[in-house]
Design a protein around this ligand. Structure first.
Ligand SMILES: CC(C)(COP(=O)(O)OP(=O)(O)OC[C@H]1O[C@@H](n2cnc3c(N)ncnc32)[C@H](O)[C@@H]1OP(=O)(O)O)[C@@H](O)C(=O)NCCC(=O)NCCS
Length: 262
């Protein structure tokens, strides 16, 4: 819930011993997962699991600002409150979409087959952890349209954001959420994040392992597949437009023919 693309963050809470070098998953330990040995095999297994439930995620660019704004404008006032920490007005959403710095940050999106942006994540880079100059942090904010929730899209965006941040040398993913936001906090804690509750607001920190050859390959592969998926959906839409056009012309000629006969 970055209220601004760059929200101020408090120092990290003390981390349980051993968390840094877990190496079990690119995103940290799953507290519900059975214990298993760390290593390349476990990492490869985790990557395969993610690929088997693959969701096409696309990196968005400046040209997508309009779609980003449309997605956020489609959120209800309550969702806007959960997403931004305040009930963002239409004007504030436009301003936010215009202010995203694509040269520094990353914006990830999931499109449905009608090319509607149904899920969106903003990964804000360039933040530092107060009192820990050697550490690097990125802040994660996400929204999924109401009709597409509960299908794991929010979690997939979170996992992908963690992978991208890790591959950029970031060691901590930060999430600022309202304490009432149980789905968001559930996503963060399941990934292994440490959550600090402060009244109505909560902060979650997820330590990321360093990047590896495997994590870089996984990101590159997912990027190509996401792009391919989008192009296929676009072509399907063009094709469906042509079919509709032909049907319309045919109907027009049929009705004119009937009129002429009459
Ligand atoms: C938070 C949000 C992105 C989640 O998106 P989503 O696609 O529905 O999330 P997922 O389907 O990946 O997973 C949600 C998880 O929360 C759980 N969950 C859902 N409702 C819950 C509730 N009321 N209490 C506890 N857990 C809940 C789900 O069971 C799931 O966990 P599981 O996979 O372990 O079963 C979405 O609700 C949203 O857009 N909210 C408005 C904006 C927002 O709050 N953004 C976050 C602030 S940055």
């Amino acid at each position: 819930m970055p209220r601004q693309p760059h929200a101020a963050a408090k120092p990290l809470p003390a981390e349980p011993a051993g968390d840094r070098d877990h190496g079990l998953s690119p995103l940290g330990p799953d507290p519900e997962a059975p214990a298993e040995p760390a290593g390349p095999l476990a990492n490869a297994r985790a990557a395969l699991e993610r690929l088997s439930t693959w969701v096409p995620i696309r990196s968005l660019a400046r040209r997508h600002r309009r779609r980003i704004a449309e997605h956020l404008l489609a959120l209800t006032p309550q969702d806007r409150y959960l997403r931004f920490g305040y009930p963002a007005s239409d004007a504030q959403i436009h301003k936010y979409a215009l202010a995203i710095d694509f040269g520094r940050d990353e914006v990830l999106g999931i499109f449905n087959r009608h090319l509607q942006l149904i899920a969106l994540a903003h990964l804000a880079y360039g933040q530092s952890l107060p009192g820990e100059p050697g550490r690097t942090m990125a802040e994660f904010g996400v929204s999924v349209l109401p009709q597409s929730r509960g299908r794991g899209l929010g979690r997939r965006l979170f996992d992908t954001a963690g992978l991208h941040a890790r591959n950029r040398g970031i060691d901590t993913l930060f999430i600022h959420a309202l304490s009432e936001n149980r789905p968001m906090l559930r996503i963060a804690t399941t990934a292994g994040a440490i959550v600090e509750r402060d009244g109505s607001e909560s902060a979650a920190w997820l330590r990321l392992p360093p990047d590896s050859f495997g994590s870089q390959v996984e990101q590159a592969l997912a990027r190509h597949l996401g792009e391919l998926d989008f192009q296929l959906k676009r072509q399907a839409q063009v094709l469906s437009g042509i079919v509709d056009g032909v049907a319309e012309v045919k109907a027009h000629f049929e009705s004119s023919g009937r009129a002429a006969k009459e």
